[in-house]
Design a protein around this ligand. Structure first.
Ligand code: UT7
Length: 332
């Protein structure tokens, strides 16, 4: 079941944080031409969270990260690597991980960001476990955090009803073969980079150019229906790939926690994998799509609900902008 690595990493602690302010579908009905019925039926989302005016992504990172370190019984000074997955940076320079480092008290850690959109958490997990496998790190903090509402066009009903803010964190520690992260499969197909993107604010159209405001380039754009179809195929294929690499079948999986993008995508992938609905975990009705925070936040809820227990075989697969896909098979 194990891959070529002689050592791997286990999830020693987990934490999550959601901002307090709730945006319901009824709130959105007052902002754009939409309805609770449409959003519920087409996405499964009932509400999502939004950061307060005086909050930002670093506040979410601090709460989630401290929760995971407490849960693992690890002090901040013991963390030797911090990998942050985010698509919604605090500011373009420096990395958001560096800005968050003092707040987390990580005095001995190298810190950097991973940019892989909704697959970011699984990508960061894969980066973190490599450093544990080589023996270069003993305690790795991996966080997926997003302030998506700051990059949302509140006049675009096709995106503003989907996304929400939040952060989820894990502490990785060395594990015996057969325990912890067993396999991760990942892939990027940059041919579709513009399916989900934000055109303004980078080198091509710098943030100070008037075009950014005039042409509304500083917002997340998505070709939703095309993305939907690619997502179902990619999530299914990457899930099957990681299972095959590990020499197990969907029937061996105790719980499937996919990226929480759309209930119809999740149900379609669950059915293609032949998983019974009780093995497919969802919490997107109360958080929406939180991109890189989605899987760790769903894990936190699944643990609280008694659905994910130590020793369970967990399959987690994500898909997002890039286009990126990644699937992790974990003996939790
Ligand atoms: O996080 C990873 C990446 N993202 C995703 O995985 C998202 C993938 N895509 C989706 O979840 C779905 O495609 C959406 C939820 C975004 C859209 O659902 P859909 O069933 O694919 O709808 P559609 O885009 O085909 O649009 C159908 C209709 C359109 O109206 P017309 O042209 O048929 O008159 C849209 O304008 O629904 C309209 N529409 C809405 N109506 C009410 C789009 N958004 C809304 C809305 N409320 N919020």
């Amino acid at each position: 079941m194990q891959d070529g690595l002689t050592r791997t990493a286990r999830i020693a602690g987990i934490g999550g944080y959601l901002p307090e302010h709730v945006i319901t579908n009824a709130d959105l009905e007052r902002m754009v031409d939409t309805s609770d019925e449409w959003i519920t039926k087409r996405t499964g989302i009932k509400e999502r969270r939004m950061v307060a005016e005086d909050e930002s992504i670093v506040d979410l990172i601090e709460r989630a990260g401290k929760g995971a370190m407490d849960d693992a019984g690890v002090s901040p000074e013991e963390i030797d690597l911090f990998v942050l997955a985010t698509a919604t940076v605090e500011q373009p320079i420096p990395s958001t991980a560096a800005i968050a480092q003092p707040r987390l008290g990580l005095t001995n850690a190298a810190c950097f960001d991973v940019s892989a959109a909704c697959s970011g958490f699984v990508y960061a997990l894969n980066v973190g476990r490599q450093f544990i496998a080589t023996g270069e790190a003993k305690n790795v903090l991996v966080i997926g955090a997003e302030c998506l509402t700051r990059y949302l066009d509140w006049t675009d009903r096709a995106t503003c009803v989907l996304l929400g803010d939040g952060a989820g964190a894990v502490v990785l520690q060395p594990a015996q073969p057969g325990d912890g992260i067993l396999r991760i499969a990942w892939k990027t197909d940059g041919n579709y980079w513009d399916m989900i993107h934000m055109p303004g604010g980078g080198c091509r159209v710098p943030p100070h150019q008037p075009r950014v405001i005039e042409e509304r380039l500083g917002y997340i754009k998505m070709r939703g229906n095309e993305t939907f179809k690619v997502a179902v195929r990619a999530l299914t294929e990457m899930s099957l790939k990681v299972l095959e690499q590990a020499g197990v079948t969907p029937a061996d999986v105790d719980l499937f926690i996919p990226h929480q993008a759309n209930i119809r995508i999740i149900q379609a992938v669950g059915a293609r994998l032949g998983l019974p609905p009780e093995k497919v975990y969802t919490n997107l009705h109360k958080v929406g799509n939180t991109s890189s925070a989605s899987i760790p936040l769903a894990m936190v809820d699944a643990i609280a609900d008694g659905k994910l227990k130590r020793g369970d075989l967990l399959l987690s697969t994500a898909f997002g902008g890039g286009l990126t896909t990644a699937s992790a098979l974990i003996r939790y």
